[in-house]
Design a protein around this ligand. Structure first.
Ligand code: CP
Ligand code: NVA
Length: 308
């Protein structure tokens, strides 16, 4: 069974193949309508169930379009509207039932354990559409977006500013190890990456610098990334976290310290005026809307890899 739960679970070769296939497929359908099917329809007669425990715009839309373009269909399940591990039916039984109906499951969950529990009992692949621990599909799409405009990410320098301990930064650290790029994380000590991911990085010889100086984190960077200071379900004192993260805001002055052809990335949704200013996110270096589009293309390739 090929699940897509964490970037760290897969070989660099498989991950690279997923990105390359996404590039080729995207190019091939350049003149097609947004939801038209690819010529080879590799998901024809197949379907995906998507479960969202948390809100989503991009993941919901992009997976739906991805499945359509691959020639299949999708159904969105709201945990409130189905029997979903709340006493009346265990996650194990829900997983067994879904195995009979569909060919693949995508889950967005507040608890990474739910992904593992589901994965254990499904007889079909599962894709992580964001958990409290990781957001692998977003980071895979971001690699695609970077490489489309700036060539191979291998050997380049990516800077992450802000909350160093969230699902996005975790997946980014794993990607730095698998795609061999240098990663500089600029964050306050209090929001440094989690210890488990750091020991994975050390074991896998990831080129990683963690600094509490934003200038140092962004210096000579090819790609500047940030994310919401307070993630969904982040049970913190929001006011105090935002105050601590304020020096890590990506603004025009800070962007000047990156390379002149550096791009700015944000997975969205964005806290405008918080982690990034309007001038940067709406400016020339920003590629955020293409990032959203590329979720479709990277995820098509991930789905195909899972079912092949
Ligand atoms: N970037 C991302 O996953 O967005 P959504 O929360 O809208 O799905
Ligand atoms: N870190 C953010 C990512 C949103 C796509 C969150 O979990 O809310």
């Amino acid at each position: 069974m090929k699940n897509f739960i964490n970037i760290a679970d897969h070989s660099s070769g498989d991950l690279r193949a997923i990105i390359e296939e996404a590039k080729v497929r995207k190019l091939k359908r350049k003149n097609l309508n947004k939801s038209a099917m690819d010529e080879d329809k590799p998901f024809e007669g197949k379907s995906m169930a998507m479960i969202f425990e948390k809100p989503s715009t991009r993941t919901r839309m992009s997976f739906d379009i991805a499945v359509k373009q691959l020639g299949g269909s999708s159904i969105i399940l709201n945990p409130e509207g189905i029997h979903y591990g709340k006493g009346e039916e265990s996650l194990k039984d829900t997983a067994k039932v879904l195995t009979e109906y569909v060919d693949i499951v995508m889950l967005r969950t507040s608890s990474h354990k739910n992904l593992e529990e589901f994965g254990k009992h499904l007889g079909i692949p599962i894709i992580n559409g964001l958990s409290d621990l990781s957001h692998p599909c977003q980071i895979m799409s971001d690699i695609l977006t970077y490489e489309e405009s700036n060539g191979s990410i291998t050997g380049k320098t990516v800077s992450w500013l802000g909350d160093g301990n969230n699902n996005m930064s975790n997946s980014l650290i794993e990607a730095a190890g698998k795609f061999d790029f240098n990663l500089k994380i600029g964050c306050p000590k209090k929001y440094s990456p989690n210890k488990k991911i750091l020991s994975w990085a050390k074991k896998n010889k990831v080129s990683l610098i963690i600094t509490s100086k934003p200038d140092e984190a962004i210096k000579n960077s090819d790609c500047v990334m940030t994310d919401k200071w307070v993630s969904m379900n982040d049970k913190v004192n929001k006011k105090s976290k935002k105050k601590t993260l304020k020096p890590f805001q990506v603004n025009e002055k800070l962007m000047l310290k990156a390379k002149s052809d550096a791009i700015f990335m944000h997975c969205l949704p964005v806290g405008r005026g918080e982690e990034v200013t309007d001038k940067v996110i709406d400016g020339k270096q920003s590629v955020v809307w293409r990032q959203a589009l590329n979720r479709v293309h990277a995820q098509k390739s991930i789905i195909k890899w899972c079912i092949d």
